[in-house]
Design a binder for this molecule. Structure first.
Ligand code: DP6
Length: 362
């Protein structure tokens, strides 16, 4: 498919007023997206586990505008956890501007958007993936009111395509359990335009993989991801990094099929550290890990060495640690977290999540 395929061409049916609610999850990348080109095109392909419990729930209320004179601007109010939030509006306005070509009906409506997250607002967990994918799905439900013949596959692809224009990683939150975004020569149908479900055999062990998110630092992000991605332009290691991500994704294909956890761990941990190595070696440079991030990583390594249990970590662009492990070791790992890792979490907070199936309409 090309971007042109997402521009509606059918006969419009006028939608009446209404509302729709979607719940969409966060995701955790195994091979990281870090660096992008114009129009939210990723510099390298990435793959993530879709999460289950960390979700945004978004309601879009819509009604056709009555005044023709007001149809040259976007009209929306945004409420976060019940309160109107002006400071979130610029991000949504930018999203509407980016998707307008593909959703030319948007200016004909008045919107109220209500959003909330299942995870605490100040947890350091980025809500852009869950929030933008939930909003993109709401827009697609409106589109379905206007063009009732839309097919399910097109609905999901376009939802991911729109979500990507809001936030790159959001393109990977529509479906589950594993989603690839970005063209990769060994992955059929992979594309830079939207996320696709990983199309090959996946070993049982990954279907309910656990992710315990240790909240090391709940503060505002030191570097926004937009600024972070930008630092890959002119980065001395950029080309090698993009190639490394492609190679890691190639290596992950047979590993996901066979369930070879020792290879899985090598790829996933190396990706996390490479992401942070990029930040440390950019200009300007950043260290987003905190001392407690390193304490946790070292504890995980010695626990794995001592017990042989295949637990590993990954990181986003922040200090929090995602502890990944198979469900059949849940009891021991939760004990380990309580006994040895909780002391490194801010106020002892952590969130237990697992791999999920993607967004749901409520
Ligand atoms: C480190 O998707 O937040 O989490 O496209 O600018 O919104 P924008 O960036 P974003 O970047 C996420 C980067 C990452 C790695 C990943 O999720 O692949």
């Amino acid at each position: 498919m090309t971007q042109q395929d997402f521009i509606p061409f059918q006969e419009e049916k006028k939608a009446t007023s209404g509302e729709v609610t979607w719940q969409s999850p966060s995701n955790i990348a195994l091979v990281k997206y870090w660096g992008k080109l114009e129009n939210q095109i990723p510099a390298n392909p990435s793959i993530s586990f879709t999460l289950d419990h960390c979700r945004s729930t978004t309601t879009l209320k819509f009604s056709p505008k009555k005044e023709i004179s007001t149809k040259d601007s976007f009209d929306f109010k945004f409420f976060f956890e019940g309160k109107e939030k002006e400071d979130f509006k610029p991000k949504i306005l930018k999203f509407f501007e980016r998707i307008e070509t593909y959703c030319p009906y948007l200016k004909e409506y008045q919107f109220e958007i209500y959003s909330e997250n299942s995870f605490p607002h100040s947890s350091g967990i980025a809500s852009s993936a869950s929030g933008m994918s939930a909003l993109a799905l709401c827009v697609m439900s409106l589109e379905r009111e206007i063009f009732p013949d839309i097919e399910e596959a097109y609905f999901n692809k376009k939802a991911s395509f729109l979500a990507r224009l809001g936030s790159g990683s959001a393109s990977r939150s529509i479906e589950g359990p594993l989603v690839v975004w970005g063209e990769h020569e060994n992955i059929k149908n992979s594309t830079d335009l939207y996320g696709e479900k990983f199309p090959y055999q996946v070993h049982e062990i990954f279907k309910n993989y656990q992710d315990s998110i240790l909240l090391v630092d709940k503060g505002e992000k030191q570097v926004s991801s937009t600024v972070g991605h930008d630092l890959m332009h002119g980065h001395p290691f950029a080309e090698v990094r993009f190639k490394q991500a492609e190679d890691n994704l190639s290596k992950l294909i047979p590993v996901l099929e066979s369930g070879d956890l020792s290879e899985f761990i090598k790829i996933v941990e190396s990706e996390a550290l490479s992401l942070h190595a990029m930040m440390m070696s950019s200009q300007p440079y950043f260290i987003l890990m905190k001392p407690n991030t390193l304490e946790i990583i070292n504890k995980i390594w010695s626990y794995r060495e001592k017990t042989g249990i295949p637990v590993c970590f990954t990181l986003d662009a922040g200090a929090n640690v995602h502890v990944l492990y198979p469900d059949n070791h849940r009891t021991e790992i939760l004990e380990f977290i309580k006994n040895e890792l909780v002391v490194y979490c801010q106020n002892g907070h952590y969130i237990c999540d697992q791999v999920g199936d993607g967004a749901k309409k409520l």
